[in-house]
Design a protein around this ligand. Structure first.
Ligand code: DAH
Length: 373
């Protein structure tokens, strides 16, 4: 390490040489500063009042200089002093700037990297199916209506022409809310067994003419299996106007089935019974899986049980007795007529997507659900 020599020769040449030696030591030591502690040691070695290099050149060069060289040496010592200060400053700056740089590079974010991709959910296949069915009817000018899932006996049964104790009530295994024995029968609460009560609620609210579809959740006391669930979904439809005929019902539903399952499907109606429609029918569509042949290659077609037809909904002309309950709002059975229908949305989704167990829809298994994204 550099030590300050004593000066015996004060000739310009000798002073130059001593200064050059000192400067090169300064340069070298300054550029070797790589840390905070290096920097402190460097600064103290050159600047310390007691025995720093600057103090030493003062003591060893300037003080003993002969009179005629004093001025010159004094000037050189001053120049060296400012050079030392500059070098120390520069070392400090270099240190802080590399510290900032390394902090910056440690914190640095690459904004060009793709972001964290959070999976967005997929529309549930049953909801998707309901939306599709609703949109077919929207295109025909139908509005969407809804009503409560906890319903009372009046709307779920009585106003739909299921009189108290009528055996047709037994076809809908109803889940009643407990502890209502003291209530009048029509006020007793239950989980609605179908979306049909919303027909009555809507007719109470809106005057004819009316064209509505009602998608929603319904409940029945059915033990779960591959084709039953105590909770499932229906889409109800209702059209009321003057002169609505069974022909309108057939034309509308035939169009809707073609829009849903493809233009080559056929529809077929057969007599049935519902208390709130007269006449009533069940509508079949030709099986869109096997094309109506009942076979898939040499295998029997399971969805239509080899019949070539799939039962898809119940429908009929609104029973005049139903209109009696909403006559006060313009539904005089002598003036208006209407048709209604109701279909199971889960069943349509099962057929559309080839799902073999309705339970998959309600188990919340992401591996199943994400296939519909
Ligand atoms: N509500 C009936 C059920 O759940 C389905 C139904 C049949 C609805 C005929 C209708 C209809 O509107 O006209 O079994």
């Amino acid at each position: 390490m550099y030590t300050v020599p004593k000066l015996t020769d004060y000739s310009a040449k000798a002073i130059d040489a001593a200064v050059r030696e000192l400067l090169s030591a300064l340069e070298q030591e300054g550029s070797a500063v790589g840390s905070e502690s290096d920097y402190k040691a460097f600064r103290d070695r050159w600047m310390a009042r007691k025995n720093g290099v600057l103090t030493q050149i003062n003591d060893l060069w300037l003080k003993p200089a002969p009179k005629d060289a004093k001025k010159d040496v004094g000037q050189r010592v001053n120049e060296l002093k400012s050079k030392v200060e500059q070098t120390i400053d520069a070392a400090e700056k270099r240190l802080t700037s590399t510290a900032v740089k390394s902090k910056l590079s440690a914190d640095h974010i690459d904004i060009t990297l793709p972001g964290i991709c959070r999976p967005i959910g997929a529309e549930h296949p049953v909801i998707k199916t309901m939306n599709e069915i609703v949109s077919v009817f929207r295109n025909l000018g139908y509005s969407v209506s809804d009503g409560p899932e906890v319903e009372n006996d009046y709307y779920n049964f009585e106003a739909l022409n299921f009189p108290p104790n009528h055996p047709a009530r037994d076809t809908q295994d109803t889940l009643f809310i407990s502890g209502q024995d003291r209530e009048a029968q029509r006020d007793r609460l239950l989980l609605r067994t179908h979306t049909s009560p919303v027909q009555i609620r809507t007719m109470e609210r809106l005057k004819p003419p009316l064209r509505i579809v009602i998608p929603g959740k319904v409940h029945r006391n059915d033990p779960p299996d591959a084709s039953h669930s105590p909770m499932f979904h229906q889409i109800e439809g209702l059209a009321v106007d003057t002169n609505i005929t069974f022909g309108d019902l057939k034309g509308t539903l035939d169009h809707a089935m073609k829009a849903l399952f493809g233009s080559s499907v056929k529809t077929h109606f057969r007599p049935s019974f519902f208390p709130f429609t007269e006449p009533s029918a069940e509508m079949m569509v030709s099986c869109f899986i096997c094309g109506g042949s009942g076979k898939r290659g040499s295998e029997p077609c399971r969805p239509c049980k080899t019949t070539g037809w799939i039962e898809i909904l119940g429908c009929g002309m609104v029973d005049p007795n139903v209109f009696e309950f909403v006559k006060h709002n313009g539904y005089d059975p002598k003036k208006v007529s209407g048709f209604a229908f109701g279909m199971g949305a889960d069943r349509v989704a099962i057929l559309k997507y080839g799902v073999d167990d309705i339970q998959y829809f309600f188990q919340g298994d992401v591996r199943f659900l994400k296939q519909f994204g």
